[in-house]
Write a protein that binds this ligand. Structure first.
Ligand SMILES: [Zn+2]
Length: 288
């Protein structure tokens, strides 16, 4: 089993938030083993997701998915995140700049405790209209990697697909980490009318498309995969197996993660009950 990871040096990011347009500062600090990830002292866990409308909000901080996806790719388990606003900065529209900073600082710190894993023994599936999210455990119980297949279908562009295995950091870095946030033109106009997207700089931190021209190869599928991985990271326990996401989004991602989380909690409860019963038996044996 691999060891838990945190960082050894403090990292700061400054940038505009996508919707508010405000300049925002994010501070990342070392955290002890089994601390997990906290954002302004709120633990990153499926129960603390408070909104999934177009992005994922943990506590009162929105658009957590890009930084969390970077933490998944970098295998960071424990981190204290402090932000002076209620929206993460959009940076380049994805998470390459986050990852580059970690790599340049060479700040990974390996801790003593093992990483936490969860090995469900069954498949999970969520289906809504033509959207589907699924999980399938590996036949080989010693496998600890995660495989993702992401399928999307958007106006103007049509169908795209991208796959990634968690052992291939280079592919994540080269292909996924620079796949930008996107809107199709009409969707973007509606967001602007609602007073959102104030920090969007088209083609710099966001793609607004009405044809296929300014898109890189399968860029929409890559960004949706980046988002899904960030939303799965909210569990912060590694769940090896095969994931498929077809026309997913943050709301469905959270519903899916909650399903896995509830199963994990129910198994933990059964295990705790068994421990309590065993303790009770042991105590009675000692007493008699
Ligand atoms: Zn995104």
């Amino acid at each position: 089993m691999s060891k838990q990871i945190t960082i050894s040096k403090t990292i700061t990011f400054n940038g505009h938030s996508m919707h508010s347009g405000k300049m925002t500062q994010v501070l990342l600090e070392e955290a002890p083993e089994n601390h997990g990830i906290t954002i302004n002292d709120v633990l990153v866990t499926p129960y603390n997701v408070t909104n999934t409308d177009g992005m994922t909000t943990v506590g009162n901080v929105s658009q957590t998915e890009h930084l969390l996806s970077a933490l998944f790719a970098l295998r960071i388990d424990n981190l204290k995140i402090t932000i002076n606003s209620n929206e993460m900065p959009i940076m380049g529209g994805a998470n390459k700049s986050f990852i580059d900073t970690f790599l340049i600082k060479k700040c990974m710190k390996i801790l003593i405790s093992n990483k936490q894993y969860f090995f469900p023994q069954k498949k999970f599936l969520i289906k809504e209209n033509d959207s589907l999210l699924s999980y399938e455990p590996w036949d080989d119980p010693t496998r600890t990697d995660l495989h993702f297949d992401c399928y999307v279908d958007f106006p103007y562009v049509g169908k795209q697909q991208f796959s990634w295995n968690s052992n291939d950091f280079k592919l994540y870095y080269d292909q996924i980490s620079s796949a930008k946030t996107f809107f199709w033109r009409e969707q973007f106009q509606k967001e602007c009318e609602k007073g959102r997207c104030k920090g969007v700089i088209e083609n710099k931190n966001c793609i607004v498309f009405s044809d296929n021209n300014n898109l890189n190869n399968n860029e929409l599928a890559k960004h949706k995969l980046l988002d899904f991985i960030g939303d799965l990271k909210i569990f912060n326990i590694i769940i090896p197996g095969k994931y498929t996401t077809i026309k997913g989004g943050h709301r469905l991602n959270n519903k899916f993660v909650m399903k896995l989380w509830n199963h994990y909690q129910s198994l933990k409860q059964i295990k705790n009950n068994e421990i309590n019963i065993n303790n009770e038996i042991t105590r009675k044996n000692i007493e008699t």
